[in-house]
Write a protein that binds this ligand. Structure first.
Ligand SMILES: *Cc1c(COP(=O)(O)O)cnc(C)c1O
Length: 434
């Protein structure tokens, strides 16, 4: 039987030592006390974190593509004696000395979401499913956000594309979906649907469910991982989700929640209570993990995460190979690492609780099973994928992080001519000679 952290764990943080359980479990208190700037971070951890860490974190704030935002709940789960190796700290707090040079093939909008968007915040890449981004904020910001081109406040190094909460903009998306009868699935992401009001959840959910050809919708939120107390204390929000779920049930359409946990230490007894509530409502909850170096890139970490999620009725759905996004090379792993992990994970849980390891190809080929490459050169780190059902006839290249390659090869990537050669070598292996 799995047991989850259930004491008043936040009291270990001096800044929260006087906080009662009732306060801590109140989502409004969590939002109000979230840390978004350097002075607040210092105030919260100055007595418990090593000085060098605090210094590096403050320097990190100005060098990251993502604004910082972290909840008291997450801050309480970090091991401040050794934040450098803490799986939660690594995901949310940038430190200057972690940062590594970007791969020369890296682009800000790696997945071509801006190019594949048919209206601001609506991406129609797969024939039968669409991705709708109604907002661009989250209850906490992951350093490695794949949508760092849009999500969160502008930072020193990235001026963001705005996808604000704007029912007028949404209308355009709904009209498009309505006029494309081939669409069956809509994923509502962002940003994070936790940050939509109850009224907006209902407006979006009802509108989409009432389109005859839409069969399934899912709301994406990292919230259950970063602030599970909202499920327990924001009655209006939960009621809104429930009413969308109930309309879906009446219409025989699926309404699901897709969430995002990366490490077992993000799961506590509060998560379990929140999940029990959602399970009693009959809401399907699936998880999408991002494979992160030093966070969940060992077999034991990934196995434990999958078992713990399954235990509280969260279905592990995907493990993503880290996208080629700016400023987080330290968190990327090679394709080889993902392949090894997948082998070690399969067989640990029920088959339906075993995640598919996918790579979302740069250039908009979509998600591919990590094992399905046409070619993979472990020396240069170049892998080639095809997506016959999405973009037939095209080839998509992914690049392992430089730190996973030999020194000579790393140097070769800095040379534009050799770079070109390494890419064409890979393509020569897969493109049939006419
Ligand atoms: C991931 C994604 C979807 C949903 O894909 P599933 O494999 O069904 O989870 C839809 N559209 C876009 C653009 C996506 O990236």
């Amino acid at each position: 039987m799995a047991t989850y952290l259930d004491d008043a764990f936040w009291c270990k943080i001096p800044a929260f030592s006087q906080v009662s359980e009732d306060e801590f479990i109140d989502y409004k208190w969590q939002i109000k006390h979230s840390v978004c700037n350097e002075p607040n971070l210092i105030k919260t951890i100055k007595d418990i974190a090593p000085d060098e860490f605090i210094k590096a974190a403050c320097q990190g704030f100005s060098k990251t593509p993502m604004a910082v935002r972290i909840t008291p709940y997450l801050l309480s789960l970090i091991n401040w004696r050794d934040p450098w190796h803490d799986p939660i700290c690594k995901q949310f707090i940038p430190t200057s000395n972690q940062l590594m040079e970007d791969h020369p093939m890296l682009r800000l909008d790696s997945l071509h979401e801006l190019k594949d968007a048919i209206a601001p915040g609506l991406i129609h890449r797969y024939a039968h499913k669409a991705l709708f981004l109604p907002l661009d904020t989250c209850p906490a910001y992951c350093r490695f956000c794949t949508r760092s081109y849009a999500v969160g406040r502008d930072t020193n190094i990235v001026k963001k594309v705005n996808l604000p909460i704007a029912p007028q903009r949404w209308k355009e998306a709904f009209n498009y979906i309505e006029s494309h009868p081939e669409l069956e699935d809509v994923a509502i992401s962002g940003g994070d649907t936790y940050n939509l009001s109850a009224e907006h959840i209902k407006a979006i959910g009802f509108r989409l469910l009432q389109i005859p050809h839409i069969r399934r919708i899912r709301f994406a939120t990292r919230g259950i991982a970063v602030m599970p107390m909202k499920i327990l204390s924001d009655e209006k929000w939960l009621k809104a989700i429930t009413s969308v779920l109930n309309l879906g049930r009446q219409l025989h359409k699926e309404v699901a929640l897709h969430t995002h946990f990366n490490h077992a230490s993000e799961i506590t007894s509060i998560t379990q209570l929140a999940m029990n509530q959602l399970f009693e409502l009959g809401l399907v909850v699936r998880n999408q993990t991002v494979l992160l170096r030093g966070v969940n890139d060992t077999a034991s970490q990934m196995q434990l995460l999958i078992k713990r999620l399954s235990y509280i009725n969260i279905q592990p759905y995907y493990v993503y190979q880290h996208d080629l996004v700016k400023g987080v090379e330290d968190l990327r792993t090679s394709v080889e690492t993902a392949i090894k992990l997948e082998k070690n994970v399969r067989g640990v849980a029920a088959g339906f609780n075993t995640p598919t390891f996918v790579l979302d190809t740069p250039g908009g080929g979509g998600k591919r099973c990590i094992h399905s490459y046409e070619y993979y050169n472990r020396e240069t780190g170049v892998s080639v994928y095809t997506a016959p059902a999405v973009k037939p006839g095209q080839y998509f290249l992914y690049f392992d992080p430089l730190h996973s390659l030999k020194v000579e090869i790393r140097a070769a990537w800095q040379d534009p001519k050799k770079r070109e050669e390494m890419c064409s070598e890979a393509l020569k292996e897969v493109i049939p000679v006419p």
